[in-house]
Design a protein around this ligand. Sequence first.
Ligand code: FES
Ligand code: FE2
Length: 374
Amino acid sequence: MSDTAKSDVRSLDHGTTPLRYARGWHCLGLASTFADGKPHAIHGFGTKLVVWQDSTGKLNVLDGYCRHMGGDLTQGEIKGDNIACPFHDWRWGGDGKCKEIPYARRVPLRARTRRYETAVVNGQLLMWNDPEGSAADHDILPPELPEVLTDKYTPWSWHIKEINGSHCRELIDNVADMAHFYYVHFAFPTSFRNIFEGHTATQFMESKGRPDKSEGGYSGEDSTLKSEATYFGPAYMINWLEVDYKGFVTEVILINCHIPTGPDSFTLQYGISVRKPEGLDEKTVNYIAERYTESFGDGFLQDVAIWENKVAVQNPLLCEEDGPVYQLRRWYEQFYTDVAEIKPEMTDRFEFEVDTTRANEFWHAEVAENLANR
Ligand code: FES
Ligand SMILES: [Fe+2]
């Protein structure tokens, strides 16, 4: 026996990464990106996908590798409504069927490839993944955001970031993590509550910026924030933010979504849209919107820096001020479980509020000391 085993030192259980990709809607990016009459490659779900728009305007997603001899469809061409393989010109339709082989007498029976159902919500292309092969569940799509994409809001400022060396489940813990708002986002979380129910998991949070720090969207002495962030399924979160800066309130919407690419890698995408403040001239409106886009982008990257460097922990050691991490992980488990095996504890309504009193007492004292030491 080693010394460590004999002692009471806690060991980190890194667990094993799931053997499947989550069931649910995944966002591939802004729909407009794919609407240029060219095939697009998206790495996801252990393969490469091909995305293109047909003449009806519909966006199609197929497995990127041709079922004939494995040609890369993302390097092909769109001919009519089909994607034509660069290797021998087999034509594949958005329904997954081979429609035509120009040099052949007939198309072999059952010439079909893997297709994915799609939906466009809030100007974003979503794709249904299910290892069990079920039909897409349109009832659990993320909600349409009223007035976003009109001139009342700024257009999506959209960002894509590859993350290597960690599983996308690492992102999810954030929903239950009260204390990181102080340490990572430089804000005092004054109120913190979670509700998990069905396919959604929500964090309600109110915070005040730390006066000793000024980086990122949550910080800065004069701003208070009300935030509601909901995961709709395993991979798509809408975060409604209301920033009060010296009595001037601005609404910001942040989308945080990801596509798993391999067992320990994923593509993170985030988008920001700001409600244009009324009664101000165009220049000021744009300035304010840009400033919030930047600062919430920075705030989000503060999380990313942690995710990129941490290890996976199956058995986190928690204190009373930490949120319901284990319950959240149980909720997340439903997306990696066959539908028939989903247990009530994964989807039953669960509500929890963290008492932030003691934490804030300490944090205020620490910040006062930081300020005094300046
Ligand atoms: S590999 Fe695609 S047409 Fe032959
Ligand atoms: Fe965070």
